[in-house]
Write a protein that binds this ligand. Structure first.
Ligand code: NDP
Ligand code: F7E
Length: 328
């Protein structure tokens, strides 16, 4: 039965529909590739996948014809313009414009072509810069955003609201998950445009390989960040597809936060770099802290499994095998 927010609280059908056609948008990215691995491991055999060059999700007409032809039953939207603090700060028009286009096209066409359920992925940056910690879902739109990523955050907030609006008006099952900072296989290791964890992994690796004495790390080292391995996130996404059909977005975090200085020391140890760290305080720190309150997801029955130490080792092994060795 639907409640006042249009939420059908019945659940549990996704896992029993292993042959249903599922469109994972962004399947070659960090998150999309982990979701594909998880779905395949769980026995889903009818995935429909398109690379960016096969289907540009910013094109409304191409997205429309894709949905009209393929008619997927479920959609997981993991395609977006994504980057770290520098990329967000440097390309604000792309971060707001491309993300609004992708999510508007996919959400609207999915609804129009009879998709049964859609999962939209936002980010912890939707919350105010000085939100209460840990940040509950109810903190959304209660204060000003962090300026380094407000353009991206506004697009993501619009995505959450679009899912809620379609649920209210059409009783359509669109849900949103808000992941914390993620890492793992298929991350973006670009030296400037990536997130902190892959950026440092690459910088320490290259410094070790070149016998450099020091590595530059951005900012003061004092900001706190919560990291979740992407395989845990993928597991949570499948769990939400199966078990959650509510109006409100759901935080997906690990509950474990470290300072950027602690993170740098951890990555340095995993990589085996023996030199020193130099802090570049001309670079922005961004938000001081963004620990998510993931108690709602825990009360639904999901908790993460991968510790940051294990996750870092696994990611560094993946980086050595798939990035370093392939270049040689
Ligand atoms: N990484 C993180 O720490 C976090 C990520 N998230 C969210 O998770 C989702 C996935 O992020 P993540 O996997 O890290 O990002 P990635 O950059 O690793 O992957 C994004 C994917 O989207 C595809 N894509 C981008 N633009 C288009 C387009 N116009 N048409 C078709 N495909 C496109 C990319 O293809 P191509 O590379 O070929 O352009 C890529 O495969 C995003 O919604 C992001 O906001 C949330 C919190 C933290
Ligand atoms: C997931 C989230 O990611 C972004 O927000 P962020 O958490 O601030 O992202 P970040 O990983 O880039 O930085 C985290 C911290 O780390 C410091 N830092 C040190 N050295 C490097 C470094 O070499 N690269 C980067 N990128 N940061 C560095 C950096 O100065 C900052 O203090 C959003 O824009 C948005 O995309 C979003 O939703």
């Amino acid at each position: 039965m639907a409640d006042a927010t249009g939420s059908e609280m019945k659940s549990g059908s996704f896992m029993s529909e292993k042959s249903a056609k599922i469109f994972v948008a962004g399947h070659r990215g960090l998150v999309g590739s982990a979701i594909v691995r998880k779905l395949q491991e769980s026995g889903f055999a009818n995935l429909v996948l398109r690379t960016h060059s096969e289907l540009d999700l910013t094109s409304q007409s191409d997205v429309e014809s894709f949905f009209a032809t393929e008619k997927p039953v479920y959609v997981i939207l993991a395609a977006a313009k994504v980057g770290g603090i520098h990329a967000n700060n440097t390309y604000p028009a792309d971060f707001i414009g491309v993300n609004l286009q992708i999510q508007t096209n996919v959400i609207h066409s999915a609804y129009t072509h009879g998709v049964k359920k859609l999962l939209f992925l936002g980010s912890s940056c939707i919350y105010p810069k000085f939100a209460p910690q840990p940040i509950p879902e109810s903190a959304l739109l209660t204060g000003p955003l962090e300026p380094t990523n407000e353009w991206y955050a506004i697009a993501k907030i619009a995505g959450v609201k679009m899912c809620q609006a379609y649920r209210l008006q059409y009783k359509w099952d669109a849900i949103s998950g808000m992941p914390t900072n993620l890492y793992g296989p298929n991350d973006n290791f670009h030296p400037e445009n990536s997130h902190v964890l892959p950026a440092l992994m690459r910088r320490f690796h290259e410094a070790k390989a070149n016998d450099s004495e020091e590595v530059v790390v951005w900012g003061s080292g004092s900001p706190l960040r919560e990291f979740l391995h992407v395989d845990d996130l993928a597991d949570a996404c499948v769990f939400l597809m199966d078990q959650y059909s509510g109006f409100e977005h759901v935080n997906v975090g690990s509950g474990v936060e470290v300072t950027i200085k602690e993170l740098a020391e951890l990555v340095k140890e995993v990589v085996g770099f023996k030199g020193k760290l130099v802090w570049d305080c001309t670079k922005p720190d961004g938000t001081p802290r963004k620990l998510m309150d993931s108690s709602k997801l825990a009360s639904l029955g999901w908790t993460p499994k991968i510790s940051i130490k294990d996750g870092l080792r696994q990611t560094y092994d993946w980086y050595l095998e798939n990035v370093v060795q392939k270049k040689q």
